[in-house]
Design a protein. Structure first.
Length: 457
């Protein structure tokens, strides 16, 4: 933690600062407001994806280069959003531009295998210690396939997932994703709550929910559903509620427990894969699951995804027991970008660079927090990181609910109004790129320092 001496922040001061920052935000983005109004005539909520409809209004982007992006109003930002973690290579990386340009001149789609798919699969096998791979086009598809493979392999139907983890927008896992407190049930045995309407109750019933970092609750779930559980799926580091780290030994204990009960362990590494270390959380925490789902950072900015697993588990595809297919799986453009990303860009020097950027952020933010006695703390993991607006460590969703999210929203506004764009929402979770500089991340620290000073003035 940054300091042992903290003082609460007056809510009235936070509200006052938010009002002023929202007004600045809107004044600087009239063209985005105009386009949003127009978009609502043809798109629900005026955006292609509901995540993009964030207060006070969406920001319509025009272009990106290196560590920077520009919106339609001409505002320039250092990009800490990076497409929810997709753009770890940065924008318009010359090697990606060259690889995709060369490939598109040869053909953009065949729905047939290409040599690069072998090269990419071999590199993923090396990094994540999974011998067999199939490609998808998104994180949603990757977790969907992982679940289907696990069910096919075990002959079981029930899933166990972590309360508040988001694993994509397919029915099986759109359960208890930040459920409302009135519906979430007791802490030791959370209710299975559909994320939205349109999800059959029979599907919801097949998904059992447990808290993160709670092994007794997981053991209880296995006992109550003996010989029913196909797999436990977990984000090894929760990244849908800020950043929540696993307890020491937690991931290894999940694997042991799952195997003892005849189930598989699935890591959803869509966000951690290739961002917090070359082999993601699998490498960083030294636990190899039975299946791993990847997407985002491995594709160099193109739509991508992959699912990898043990030989015997992935044999359900080989043996025609489980269908895994997709017209765009292994698309040549994506494979060209992924090959360059994994073999030429995200190398040892890139991860050393991420560590240097993280050190600047961690040290600078810790100093500001200590100086102003703020009840916050900072977590950095390679290219990923964020500020948690709580003095004590967050171990699960119930802890996260204790955070005053208006502080995170205020920070988001301060950063946007001072040239740093973050992912929308209260999670305050950044992704850096290989093209970010020390000056880029120092700007984030300086903006945060300005907010801290204003909170105490």
């Amino acid at each position: 933690m940054a300091t042992t001496t903290t003082r609460e922040v007056p809510t009235s001061r936070v509200a006052e600062l938010i009002a002023g920052e929202e007004e600045k935000f809107r004044r600087a983005r009239p063209r985005s407001k105009q386009l949003w109004t127009e978009a609502r005539e043809v798109m629900p909520r005026g955006v292609p994806s509901s995540f993009q409809d964030a207060a006070p209004q969406p920001i319509f982007m025009e272009r990106g280069n290196g560590s920077r992006v520009w919106d339609v109003d001409g505002n320039e930002y250092v990009d800490f959003h990076n497409g929810f973690g997709v753009m770890v290579v940065g924008h318009a990386h010359p090697k990606i531009v060259d690889a995709v340009t060369r490939q598109i001149a040869l053909g953009s789609h065949f729905a047939q295998p290409v040599e690069n798919s072998i090269i990419v699969a071999k590199e993923l096998a090396r990094r994540f210690h999974q011998p067999k791979w199939r490609f998808t086009n998104s994180g949603t598809e990757s977790t969907l396939d992982a679940v289907r493979i696990a069910r096919g392999f075990t002959g079981r139907e029930r899933l166990v997932k972590i309360e508040a983890s988001y694993h994509g927008h397919h029915d099986a896992l759109m359960v208890s994703v930040e459920p409302p407190p009135a519906l979430m049930g007791p802490a030791g045995a959370p209710a299975s709550v559909p994320q939205s309407e349109g999800i059959p109750s029979a599907i919801v019933e097949l998904t059992t929910v447990v808290p993160f970092n709670d092994l007794p609750a997981l053991e209880k779930a296995f006992a109550e559903h003996r010989d029913e559980v196909a797999a436990v799926i977990v984000e090894p580091v929760m990244m849908n509620v800020g950043i929540v780290l696993p307890d020491a030994g937690y991931l290894a204990a999940i694997k042991e427990m799952a195997h003892r009960h005849g189930a598989l362990l699935i890591f959803d590494e869509v966000k951690t894969g290739a961002t917090i270390s070359p082999g993601g959380a699998t490498e960083r925490f030294g636990v190899t699951p039975d299946l791993v789902a990847l997407a985002k950072a491995i594709g160099g900015g193109l739509p991508c995804g992959a699912v990898g697993g043990r030989d015997d588990v992935m044999a359900v595809i080989e043996d025609h027991r489980v269908a895994q297919m997709g017209t765009f799986n292994g698309n040549p453009l994506t494979m060209a970008a992924s090959r360059v990303t994994l073999l030429e860009i995200l190398d040892a020097a890139a991860y050393a660079h991420f560590d240097a950027l993280a050190e600047t952020l961690q040290g600078g933010l810790d100093a500001v927090i200590a100086e102003h006695e703020l009840p916050f703390h900072v977590i950095t993991l390679g290219a990923r990181g964020g500020i948690t607006y709580r003095s004590k460590r967050v171990r699960n969703y119930r802890d996260y609910l204790e955070i005053d999210k208006s502080l995170a929203y205020l920070s988001w506004l301060y950063q946007c109004n001072r040239g740093i764009v973050m992912a929308p929402g209260a999670e305050e979770n950044w992704t850096l790129s290989v093209q970010h500089s020390i000056d880029d991340v120092q700007r984030y620290v300086d903006n945060f320092a300005e907010m801290a000073k204003d909170l105490r003035s």
